[in-house]
Design a protein around this ligand. Structure first.
Ligand code: THU
Length: 157
């Protein structure tokens, strides 16, 4: 038996103002995207913004439904729209933020497992790493690639 370890490297920033200009622009788009959130059940408003390799930014937000499983997370709303509209372009970064009662949540918004799996697949499809910005009111985390938030990705088929 061998004991093994997986280490994850990420950057932590104190605010959106500390980010590089491209990341700041994406973070601001994700914050704007929370305005499109339709979350009458959870009242948890999530915004996501993805940047394509062409530079285009696409926004998405969570959309809930009375038949609960019919709703969709902000990240997948943004990624599916981007992939459906610009199938030739790679998604090179995604920013995610959550707000409640109109205020950005303190801790960085961490995507659910299903959204991470979808990120993984679009990263493979695009052939370029997809960076991930998780935005909170007091700190922001940046990961360079999807493997960093989804170790041991399922990609066997
Ligand atoms: N939600 C997202 O939009 N993204 C995530 O990564 C986690 C959860 C949404 C789904 C639902 O509308 C609400 O947040 C509460 O779970």
């Amino acid at each position: 038996m061998t004991s093994k370890e997986i280490k994850i490297a990420y950057l932590e920033y104190g605010s959106v103002d500390e980010l590089e200009p491209m990341d700041r622009e994406l973070a601001e788009a994700a914050i704007e995207a929370t305005e499109g959130s339709y979350a009458p059940y959870s009242k948890f408003n999530v915004g996501a913004a993805v940047r394509l390799d062409s530079g285009i930014i696409i926004k998405g937000s969570n959309q809930e439904n009375a038949a609960y499983p019919s709703g969709l997370c902000a990240e997948r709303t943004a990624m599916f729209y981007a992939a459906a509209t610009y199938p030739e372009n790679a998604i090179i970064s995604i920013a995610i933020v959550a707000s409640q009662d109109g205020k950005i949540c303190q801790n960085p918004a961490t995507p659910c497992g299903a959204c991470r799996q979808v990120m993984a697949q679009y990263q493979t499809k695009g052939g370029q790493t997809m960076s991930i910005l998780l935005i909170g009111a007091e700190k922001i985390w940046k990961f360079e690639k999807v493997e960093d938030i989804l170790p041991l990705i399922f990609d066997s088929i």
